[in-house]
Ligand binder design. Structure first.
Ligand code: SF4
Ligand code: SF4
Length: 392
């Protein structure tokens, strides 16, 4: 079991079965862990972590797929892309900070010839590497080598024709073959589905597909305005509609129960989930969180630069710099992590404020021009804005 101390106690994690838990000081002591210098403060709140729990890491900007909605604007390699030695340093820096998981992607991570060397190194330094791929290049041999990853997710926005909804080209057969090979190789495999208004009606077919292929998890990611999908008007045309935002949670709950396939939503869909008023205590106990950019989560580019998450601009510091001077970590992300203290209405009076944290900053910035605005697609925010406009 891996652990890390925090002011409130600590974080513990294991892989078989996979778990990650935030526990208090007494619980850490009961495990024979501590005391820690971090416990000298009386502040035992869990609001600000010493380092992220999970880091989304773009191993390369290289990708031959050319999808028009790519949030990284991937294509050719970044001129300053870290080489193998540089990536190893970055992984070591993250491990030294106590990070638990690295979600590796790109671009297309498989277009890096040293992918498996890096994954092995991540394991050596105590990180659990997970991977997202398009499915290109996954031969039976490659699939077997993927057992080094905690989980491999194949990007698939729909089944059959619907696969191409954002991508233009239809590589469904290729992605399907990759899924089958990964499952046959015994790799924990899931699907990442970007959800927008044009593939919303195809969600049910994905559950049937996942069941047929023996997958136990689909992660639904909100279509986001970053990279090549940054254009505001295009984003507004392709994102889920207000009705779909409200319908999403009950739909996923029903399909998940029917097909016995776990449905996960990403951080940016939390406002839509909160609309259905789940009990705050239950969400807290399950570790549900909304926008945790710069706190629970970081995004690291292929040149080592750090951002609050993969969809936000970098902060102008590399992961190595932050690891060498941990005291600058919290100040570097204050604009993101202190958002709830200056939240405007209707977030300020929302019972989910400290969980949801106002929705997606990337969407707020692209749609309103202000990174501090409440997420305009949250149903409560949309209703508030409609009322404000009526009064204007
Ligand atoms: S009102 Fe704000 S805090 Fe509440 S759910 Fe919506 S975006 Fe989140
Ligand atoms: S800005 Fe926040 S909610 Fe949006 S993707 Fe990043 S971490 Fe998630």
């Amino acid at each position: 079991m891996k652990h890390r101390f925090e002011n409130f106690g600590g974080i513990i994690a294991g892989e078989t079965p996979p778990f990650l838990a935030f526990v208090d000081r007494d619980y850490m002591r009961s495990l024979g862990l501590g005391p820690s210098a971090l416990w000298q403060t009386e502040d035992a709140s869990i609001n600000r972590l010493s380092a992220p729990v999970e880091v989304h890491m773009a191993l390369t900007n290289r990708c031959s797929a050319g999808c028009p909605h790519c949030y990284m604007d991937a294509g050719s390699a970044d001129a300053e892309e870290l080489d193998t030695a540089g990536m190893r340093k970055a992984f070591k820096a993250l491990a030294d900070l106590g990070v638990f998981h690295v979600a590796l992607g790109g671009g297309e991570a498989l277009e890096r010839p040293d992918l498996f060397e890096l994954a092995d190194f991540a394991r050596q330094v105590g990180l659990v590497p997970n991977l997202t791929v398009s499915g290109r290049g996954i031969t039976e041999t490659v699939a077997r080598r993927m057992r080094v990853f905690g989980q491999v997710n194949v990007s698939m926005d729909g089944v059959g024709e619907a696969y191409a909804v954002f991508r233009g080209q239809n590589d469904f057969k290729l992605a399907d073959r990759a899924v089958m090979r990964l499952v046959a190789a015994g790799v924990p495999t899931g699907i990442n589905c970007v959800v927008g208004h044009r593939n919303f009606d195809q969600i049910a077919a994905l559950f049937t597909y996942a069941r047929e292929r023996g997958l136990n998890e689909i992660e639904f990611l909100r279509y986001k305005p970053a990279g090549r999908a940054k254009d505001r008007d295009a984003f507004l045309k392709l994102a889920t509609t207000a009705e779909q935002n409200i319908a999403l949670t009950p739909l996923l709950a029903e399909l998940s129960e029917r097909w016995h396939v776990t449905a996960k939503i990403d951080c940016s869909f939390i406002p839509m989930f909160c609309h259905h008023r789940p009990p705050v205590e239950v969400l807290e106990s399950l570790g549900t969180y909304g926008c945790e950019a710069g706190n629970v989560l970081w995004g690291v580019r292929s040149n080592g630069d750090v951002a609050g998450c993969s969809f936000l601009e970098t902060i102008g510091r590399s992961v190595m710099e932050l690891a060498q001077s941990p005291s600058i970590i919290q100040p570097s992300f204050l604009n993101l992590t202190t958002w709830p203290h200056r939240a405007p209405e209707p977030c300020r009076s929302c019972e989910y404020l400290n969980l949801c944290r106002g929705g997606c900053r990337a969407v707020a910035l692209a749609v309103t021009g202000c990174i501090d605005a409440p997420d305009p697609a949250c149903p409560r925010v949309a209703a508030w804005n409609a009322q404000e406009n009526r009064h204007a």
